[in-house]
Design a protein around this ligand. Structure first.
Ligand code: SF4
Length: 454
């Protein structure tokens, strides 16, 4: 539970010496309560205060960094619902291979994991991790497949085995990759803890019930080990949803520290892709840390990555594209000129529809702070005057011979103002919906307004 300012003040020296920059210990306590200061700023804080306040300032869901460069981050979440603030680190998606798969199958899957790319609203998205499951009994074979997975993909791995000996061999073989060992049980906790610690890997902990899981993690925490993931398998989709929600709620609302770690989940292997999709969607929607898919399916991956992008995009920070004039296709100086805002979704929709229309064009994208057309217009960021200023600023008049500019139909009212501010230009009011750009272009071509060669 977070401490109040009054509770914190009782732990401070109460001398009001001001060395922390606050006028009184109470003022400093209020800053600590609001997480706007750190106890280290008071040089006279007692060891007891440092211990209590240090624990209170621990993030509710611990951040875990994976990979040799520690670039894959999990956790550090502070809210249950995205609209309360934002989510920080998206669910990592991993694809599983088994050590008993044929060498051809292993090579094919690892290559697919390494080479997969999805382009979406200007971002290139890749698969985050590979997982290796031990199905056979040969410890060395498991370590060899792990090595192959690490060398082929360069990604951190999830190593899954019930044998500490196999996990030890694989953990040593891929030391430096900062991967995940899955999973320690009550019986193997001490042994796997030392393997993870000695080889700088993350340790997933599993147990048959939440009380036992709590006990295992509390034991690791007492030793000072914090590179922990929680792997709590559920018997059904409903149980998966409920358990993830209950554990995250306990961490965020009740400050249950042993449950304040990212989750790891292996999805059940089945031929039913829809079942796999439903389980993966539940993880992405409900606090999954790492979600291991049993198979590689490019269509499923694209759908999951698109969903994940939607969930983990900060709603308060619209994704923007750089304000500039974009060539669509291979435009010539006399190709048509369109204008829209720099909200990514708007830009990619409009540019895609211009491409679909079969014409080449110039797309003018002024600075609109990442707002959509109507929002930018209402905020005064997409007016005739501001568009004209941008057109002149980028030297469009020297770049193109066209003197017609197509504005979105939703802002037909700015056409007069734009013509006033862009002498010599004619403003054409385009369609309201980007989906109608193709028919708009066809109509303009039939009138001879758009060059048929474009
Ligand atoms: S430095 Fe410590 S003792 Fe001095 S005013 Fe700040 S909190 Fe109080």
């Amino acid at each position: 539970m977070a401490l109040t300012g009054l509770q914190i003040q009782k732990l401070l020296p109460k001398t009001n010496c001001r060395e922390c920059g606050s006028n009184t210990c109470m003022a400093f306590a209020m800053k600590l309560a609001a997480k706007k200061a750190e106890i280290a700023e008071c040089p006279y804080a007692s060891p007891e205060a440092i211990q209590v306040l240090g624990a209170a300032s621990e993030p509710p869901v611990r951040g875990i960094a994976l990979g040799p460069d520690r670039m894959l981050k999990l956790g550090e979440e502070t809210v249950l619902y995205r609209h309360e603030k934002t989510f920080f680190h998206q669910t990592a998606l991993a694809v599983n291979i088994n050590d008993t798969d044929s060498s051809g199958m292993i090579k094919q899957t690892l290559t697919a994991i390494r080479d997969y790319r999805l382009e979406r609203v200007g971002e290139t998205i890749r698969i985050d991790m590979a997982a290796v499951t031990q199905r056979g009994t040969d410890v060395n074979a498991f370590a060899e497949v792990a090595t192959k997975a690490w060398k082929t993909t360069g990604l951190p791995l999830v190593l899954r085995s019930g044998s500490p000996a196999a996990l030890r061999a694989a953990a040593i073989a891929i030391k430096g990759s900062r991967s995940v060992l899955a999973a320690a049980t009550q019986e193997t906790l001490d042994e796997l803890h030392s393997i993870a610690k000695d080889n700088d890997h993350i340790l997933a902990v599993t147990a048959p019930d939440l009380d036992s899981l709590f006990g295992c993690v509390a034991k690791l925490r007492e030793s000072g080990f914090q590179d922990i993931l929680l792997q709590f398998q559920a018997s059904s989709l409903a149980a998966q949803f409920q358990t993830n929600s209950a554990m995250r709620r306990a961490a965020l609302k009740d400050a249950v520290k042993p449950l304040g770690y990212p989750f790891l989940r292996f999805l059940q292997d089945t031929d039913d892709l829809l079942k796999i999709a439903a389980a993966a969607i539940t993880e992405i929607d409900k606090y999954g840390g790492i979600c291991v898919l049993p198979v590689f399916d490019p269509a499923l991956m694209a759908a999951l990555m698109t969903l994940r992008l939607n969930i983990y995009t900060d709603p308060q920070k619209p994704i923007q594209v750089e304000p500039k004039v974009y060539p669509i296709g291979e435009p010539r100086p006399d190709s048509p000129v369109f204008v829209t805002t720099n909200f990514s979704l708007t830009y990619f929709t409009v540019s895609g529809e211009i491409e679909n229309s079969g014409t080449s064009a110039w797309l003018v994208v002024p600075e609109c702070e990442g707002m959509s057309v109507l929002t930018a217009w209402a905020a005064g960021k997409f007016s005739g005057a501001s568009i004209a200023k941008f057109v002149k600023g980028v030297g469009l008049e020297n770049q193109v011979s066209t003197r017609e500019i197509v504005i979105p139909g939703y802002v037909a009212q700015i056409s007069g103002e734009l013509e006033e501010n862009l002498p010599g230009w004619k403003v054409l009011v385009g369609p309201q919906d980007a989906a109608d750009i193709e028919s708009f272009v066809k109509m303009q071509k039939s009138k001879g307004k758009v060059q048929n060669g474009d």
